[in-house]
Design a protein around this ligand. Structure first.
Ligand SMILES: [Zn+2]
Length: 93
């Protein structure tokens, strides 16, 4: 089995034997809804080209990552809203 050196994408700590690590999964493709998913760390997770995976050393870094994601979401939401104006009541004339 391949042993890759794994470091936390949030704080940079190197993964040891303990396994309370998490993976943050972010879709990179053209998705309708922005989302972030946290899943328990697995050494054998598949590399999906349409997903960006970030290793996180634990809950603390997962919370920081989520916080950063929400900040980015808020920063992006105004421009996205302008680009993809969905008229729910279209054809009401
Ligand atoms: Zn960390």
């Amino acid at each position: 089995m391949e042993t890759r050196k794994i470091t936390c994408d949030q704080c940079g700590i190197e993964k040891g034997e303990t396994n309370h690590w998490l993976i943050a999964v972010l879709p990179t493709g053209d998705v309708r809804f922005a989302c972030i998913v946290f899943t328990p760390f697995r050494a054998d997770h598949d590399d999906d080209p349409e997903m960006e995976m970030e290793h996180l050393c634990g809950e603390g870094c997962a919370q920081k990552r989520l916080s950063r994601w929400l900040t980015e979401l808020k920063a992006n939401s105004t421009s996205i809203a302008k680009e993809t104006q969905i008229d729910v009541h279209s054809g009401s004339d």
